[in-house]
Design a binder for this molecule. Structure first.
Ligand code: ZN
Length: 303
């Protein structure tokens, strides 16, 4: 178990060094300038080591069509983590009622209606529909940055409701996709260890909902579909995942008709660096003052 004191001391240090800016909601803090500098420097390092790969760069807003969330099956597997955007679409009388209820301290949210969008729960989701049809020879490689949302409020600085992922998505023939995933697993580990983090990789599973979800998670582990790179941040016994690698086989390809040839569906895989988590791991390992970090680390980030 993680000691509450460890969590608390780390949070206090982050706040007193103006690395994070607390709000009234757990998992929803602001980031100070130094925190952002570390985060962007790390992201630039990822770009640098992967530059020869020639990934197509895409940027999406932190919202997704509701219909896409439905098609991807997210509500079947992770309803507990979902974030839905609602807005007011009523008449004048209902608007008045909403204001009145607010003034009287009553609940008012039932006067809102769901919009056509939900919050993006995974950086790679918007790209799969774009791959529909026959892929070019050799497949495709895309990189994305996205703010993602997960409803899991926590006092742990590493467990955020909204955070940034630097993601790469590979689509193509199964052996190409697997080879790419394995190459990145070694490359990601080398990158993080090279920054002085005691990082290790391990097989992992997603937090699928409920009893059936437990079986799905066990299946995912058994088939070695998900790997994570972990490093201690607030606990050595339960290190934090800072990068995750997912091999979806033809899960997305079958939904969107993504083909590697006239006869065969493609496979997809993705990897994502949790940028806030890497930043926090660096701070935890090297201290609250980046100016005092080891030269070998500073040289790589502030080159
Ligand atoms: Zn992904």
């Amino acid at each position: 178990m993680t000691a509450i004191n460890d969590v608390d001391n780390f949070n206090k240090g982050l706040v007193s060094h103006q690395l994070i800016i607390p709000t009234d909601v757990n998992g929803c803090y602001g980031r100070g300038a130094v925190f952002e500098d570390i985060l962007h420097r790390f992201d630039a390092l990822v770009t640098h080591i992967a530059s020869a790969d020639g990934a197509e760069k895409m940027t999406f807003p932190p919202i997704l069509p509701r219909s896409l969330i439905e098609k991807l099956g997210y509500m079947d597997n992770f309803p507990q983590l979902a974030g839905s955007v609602h807005s007011f679409a009523g008449n004048e009388r209902q608007a008045h009622e909403l204001s009145e209820r607010l003034r009287q301290g009553q609940r008012w949210e039932d006067l809102l209606e769901p919009t056509e969008v939900m919050l993006t729960p995974a950086a790679c989701y918007p790209v799969y529909p774009l791959f529909s049809g026959l892929l070019p020879a050799g497949g495709r490689l895309v990189t994305l940055h996205s703010w993602v949302y997960r409803h899991e409020p926590s006092i742990e600085a590493t467990r955020l409701q909204s955070f940034r992922i630097r993601e790469y998505v590979r689509v193509g023939a199964p052996d190409v996709v697997i080879e790419w995933r394995d190459m990145w697993l070694a490359r990601g580990l080398k990158l993080l260890q090279g920054l002085g983090l005691p990082a290790q990789s391990d097989v992992a599973s997603d937090p699928f909902f409920g009893r059936i979800g437990k079986m799905m998670a066990a299946d995912q582990t058994e088939q070695r579909l998900k790997f994570e790179i972990l490093t201690p941040v607030i606990s050595t016994e339960k290190p934090t995942a800072v990068c995750s690698f997912n091999w979806h086989q033809d899960h997305f390809s079958s939904k969107f008709g993504i083909r590697q040839s006239e006869q065969a569906l493609a496979h997809t895989a993705c990897l994502g660096f949790g940028l806030e988590r890497v930043t926090l791991a660096l701070i935890k390992t090297h201290g609250f003052e980046p100016k005092q970090w080891p030269d070998a680390v500073r040289e790589q980030l502030w080159q």
